[in-house]
Design a protein around this ligand. Structure first.
Ligand code: ADE
Length: 252
């Protein structure tokens, strides 16, 4: 997969995409991340990429012309069609389902805004989709683009070392992940649920599923309402709730 990022800070995108799983995916030839700076496509003597907004008010707006010229160069660099995604707090909230959809594309173009954002006419003309990574405001789209690149990059076939670890992630089945434990010199096996050391794989699977359901009930009831639980799940969750209520008589 190829991801092109239009940003005033291409070094940030390149550096962050060189780390960890995403960096390894690039080394393995599964992913290529390219940064493009609209300032390189500005035509005036000052290489301006922003100007004051019509109607006044604080802040500056990114000019359509350098963005259009930059995007034209991005498109010309590879014949594969690519959805153009603008990262902004006005976008639809990014979800794991959306990440999966983007990860299945051969190519993706991400646009990062700075200042008050991009000229709306450029957005109307060029942007296929506007995405937000959460209900808070960042000073630019770069961190959001890095989030998308990470979430999409790790799903490229062969990027993760354990083929099934992506399937066990939080949200892949609409639930939060279960707790995980590993060796501790200081603590030994203290605090580790006995079932995890029982060697009974069916019981371990059941415990993990129950913890996922229980944590989702406790922390993200909104997800649980949409998760479509079968009878076995509902029974596991009821058992979890009964136990939790017995352990927390004051309800907290
Ligand atoms: N740019 C600024 N804030 C953002 C957010 N919350 N999500 C995506 N892009 C942004």
């Amino acid at each position: 997969m190829r991801i092109d990022v239009v940003t005033l800070f291409p070094d940030f995108i390149r550096d962050s995409a060189a780390l960890g799983v995403v960096g390894r995916a690039q080394e393995r030839g599964l992913l290529a991340v390219h940064g493009w700076n609209p300032r390189d496509y500005a035509t005036d003597a000052y290489r301006r990429v922003d100007d004051r907004p019509f109607g006044g008010g604080p802040g500056m707006v990114m000019l359509a012309e350098p963005l259009s010229a930059c995007l034209a160069a991005v498109r010309a660099a590879d014949p594969a069609a690519a959805p153009v995604v603008y990262l902004s707090p006005q976008g639809a909230r990014l979800t794991q389902a959306k990440v999966r959809q983007l990860a299945a594309q051969p190519r993706l173009v991400l646009l990062c805004g700075r200042y008050e954002g991009l000229d709306e006419r450029f957005i109307a003309r060029e942007v296929d989709e506007e995405l937000s990574i959460g209900d808070y405001v960042l000073s630019g789209g770069e961190l959001a683009a890095a989030v998308v690149i990470d979430a999409v990059g790790r799903l490229q076939e062969g990027a993760l070392n354990h083929a099934d670890s992506a399937l066990q992630d939080s949200f892949e089945d609409g639930l939060l992940d279960c707790p995980h434990f590993t060796r501790s010199e200081a603590e030994g096996t203290g605090g580790v649920p006995a079932v995890l050391m029982s060697g009974d794989h069916a019981a371990i699977r059941r415990w993990r599923r129950q913890q996922s359901l229980g944590r989702t009930w406790l922390r993200r009831p909104d997800l649980l309402a949409r998760a479509g639980l079968d009878r076995a799940d509902r029974a596991l969750l009821e058992q979890f709730i009964t136990q939790w209520r017995a352990d927390h008589p004051a309800g907290g």
